[in-house]
Design a protein around this ligand. Structure first.
Ligand SMILES: [Ca+2]
Ligand SMILES: [Ca+2]
Length: 249
């Protein structure tokens, strides 16, 4: 009987011991996996920082954590279009809810037919594809900083167009962004000459409390001495963004 009990207890204990051992092993494996995942995430982040030093210098990672908690905000990107099939961007495209796609009808009556994700002002159609690359680059930076942002794609620039034509298309793109209620407009371009119609739409942007983020230029100029427009029109809703290199100069 004793031996039986002992055998039973021994068996039972061994089973519990085995269970415990299994649980311990599982915990060790989970810890290893978790720490491996954490190490990998850290390594990936470090790699991302090394590869994209600009993300680190501009505190993009901090911005991403803050904006991750926020609701979707519509950011109009006035640029060269965007690669709408890019896996990092396709889920972030703004959608014009009033427009039925591809039916050849301007369903929302805003003057643009089938403008589902924005408009191509350079060619006057709804093809927002990017043959240049600049707009896709900019969209990626915005998407990296604000993972919930909805990107309204407004293509204004064509390398084949004249300067005045690109400027006129800029104005039309800005007017569209206002009409379709973008909260932020990004314009990573500009020039050294003022343009009356551009300033008028920017005054409207100011009245409607929309933030305009505009480039200060890549020419290493002091924009207080050599103005660059639209960054330097002087309205309080304009955030002028300069360029820096890896050494912050
Ligand atoms: Ca429309
Ligand atoms: Ca339509």
């Amino acid at each position: 009987m004793i031996s039986k009990i002992n055998r039973k207890n021994a068996t039972s204990l061994r089973k519990r011991g085995n269970n415990l051992n299994q649980k311990l092993k599982l915990l060790v494996i989970l810890n290893l996996l978790t720490s491996a995942a954490a190490s990998q995430a850290l390594a990936d982040t470090k790699l991302e920082v090394i590869r994209n030093w600009g993300l680190s210098l501009t505190s993009t990672f901090s911005a991403r954590e803050i904006s991750r908690e926020s609701s979707a905000i519509t950011v109009a990107i006035v640029d060269t279009g965007v690669d709408e099939n890019h896996p990092s961007l396709s889920g972030n495209l703004w959608v014009n809810e009033g427009e039925i796609p591809n039916n050849g009808i301007d369903d929302d009556g805003n003057g643009y037919i089938d403008d589902v994700h924005g408009w191509n002002f350079a060619e006057n159609n709804n093809n927002i594809g990017d043959r240049h690359g600049h707009g896709t680059h900019i969209a990626g930076i915005i998407r990296d900083s604000a993972p919930n942002a909805k990107l309204m794609i407004l293509k204004y620039y064509s390398p084949k167009a004249t300067g005045p034509a690109n400027l006129a298309n800029t104005v039309r793109a800005l007017e569209y962004a206002v009409k379709m209620k973008a909260r932020i407009i990004n314009y990573s371009g500009g020039g050294t000459d003022k343009y009356g119609q551009e300033e008028m739409v920017i005054q409207d942007i100011q009245r409607k409390n929309i933030l305009l983020v505009a480039a200060a230029g890549n020419e290493r100029n002091n924009s207080d001495i050599t103005p660059f427009y639209p960054a330097d029109y002087g309205y309080s809703n304009i955030a002028s963004v300069t360029a820096i290199d890896e050494d912050q100069s």
